[in-house]
Design a binder for this molecule. Sequence first.
Ligand SMILES: Cc1cc2nc3c(=O)[nH]c(=O)nc-3n(C[C@H](O)[C@H](O)[C@H](O)COP(=O)(O)OP(=O)(O)OC[C@H]3O[C@@H](n4cnc5c(N)ncnc54)[C@H](O)[C@@H]3O)c2cc1C
Length: 464
Amino acid sequence: MFGACCCRSESNLVCNSLCCVLVVVNISVQLRMTSVTPLRLVSRLFKPVSPVRTITLAYVTKQCDKGSTETYNSSYEPDIGNLYTEEHLSLRKTVRKIIDKDINPHVDEWEAAGEFPIRELFKKLGNAGILGVNMPQEFGGLGLDWSYSLAVAEELGYINCGSIPMAIGVQTEMSTQALAKFGSDELRKQFLAPAVAGDMIASIGVSELSAGSDVAAIKTQAVRKGDDYVINGSKMWITNGLKADWMCMLANTGSGPVHKNKSLIIVPLNTKGIERVKIDKLGMDCSDTAQIFFEDVRVPISYCIGEENHGFLYQMQQFQLERLFASGSLIIGLETIIKETAEYCSQRKAFGYPLINNQIIHYTLAELQTEVEALRALTYRAVARYIRGEDVTYLASMCKLKVGRLARQVTDSCLQYWGGMGYTKEVKVSRMYRDFRLVSIGGGADEVMLGIICKYMETLPTVK
Ligand SMILES: Cc1cc2nc3c(=O)[nH]c(=O)nc-3n(C[C@H](O)[C@H](O)[C@H](O)COP(=O)(O)OP(=O)(O)OC[C@H]3O[C@@H](n4cnc5c(N)ncnc54)[C@H](O)[C@@H]3O)c2cc1C
């Protein structure tokens, strides 16, 4: 869920290019799962609502760099109430089985140890097809549209910590999407296929010590020398960083303007000249986060994803799925905290009656649950539009803003009603209070999301 963006430039660049990104819907894929009924995966078309009415809204009718105008057509509003089919639910059941058998029974132990067996777990997920839901079939993926990835992301919300869903999201949505869309066949064979199979761990290297929100300001350089890039610099806050086999790195490769001088490069992390240092954090205890230093690290020029100096643009596109994943993967976690808090407050008595009888408590929980439903609706709407090939920068930014804000609101309000117990490490609410605090910071801070939304609303003051 990481790296951020330069809000002034991100929306324009994405608007100009993302419209053309279409996710292939495969209608005849057999999931590589043994424990689930074979799936009949059928693509569904979102039917237009009649009567036809077209409205052009200021905030979605955006003048892009090239002067094109996008029109919001209400007649094509996707049916978000119908996003999931039986096949999605089967996929969710498969994910849930792995969570119940191979993840949740061990989470407390892994959190205390400060790490989890990522290699073994990723292999299990890879075998079940979970690491390549939307990836091309020729590289081992299931070739499904992103509604299936949302189904997986939602189900990951049943995991009893934030670290493991985050590690999975880094692998499936944050480090591999640009490679899958723009990488050469050779590069995809070498790095994407093993990541989808769970044989390699991936990481995304955008942020640096001096450049997080302002991605365009990164300093790491990859300079051409013969057939190689020679890389110097460092990356900060890298999730899966200590154990990852490779990094999808954003580095400066040109001398042009800051949005046109960067490339995404696959950097194998066992290469000479790389040093990794663990970072201790407030939460996400079993997630491995590292600062990684690169000194005269050589990788072949052929490891550049797509076209050289197009990396900033590719990364801005990659951010959209990161933000949708962040939103989808927290919904159930937040609901669970509300539910557990309601149960606790029903049992816990003060002044002779259950805490839940206090109107401020049951009303607050009802309010929070309503907010989570609103987040779910927003997320489904964004995903429904994404799988139709639309630019969802505006909605994805809202999803990310809303989930970050709500994660803080739900965990803080609920922790309060657990009293002293909420302040211990014995209960889930305190872990989620720490883990979910990250969501308003990583993957583009709330303020950066607000900047993008303002840009689309055409209310962002222009800098002269
Ligand atoms: C646990 C963890 C895991 C991470 N994993 C990864 C990873 O795998 N890969 C990766 O590349 N990065 C990763 N990140 C980095 C993360 O994306 C950045 O921390 C985030 O983008 C913010 O950057 P920064 O920390 O440099 O904060 P800064 O850019 O210094 O911003 C600090 C604060 O200033 C405010 N701010 C920033 N811009 C504005 C603005 N325009 N207007 C108003 N206020 C503003 C925000 O509140 C922001 O939180 C991770 C971070 C953490 C903590």
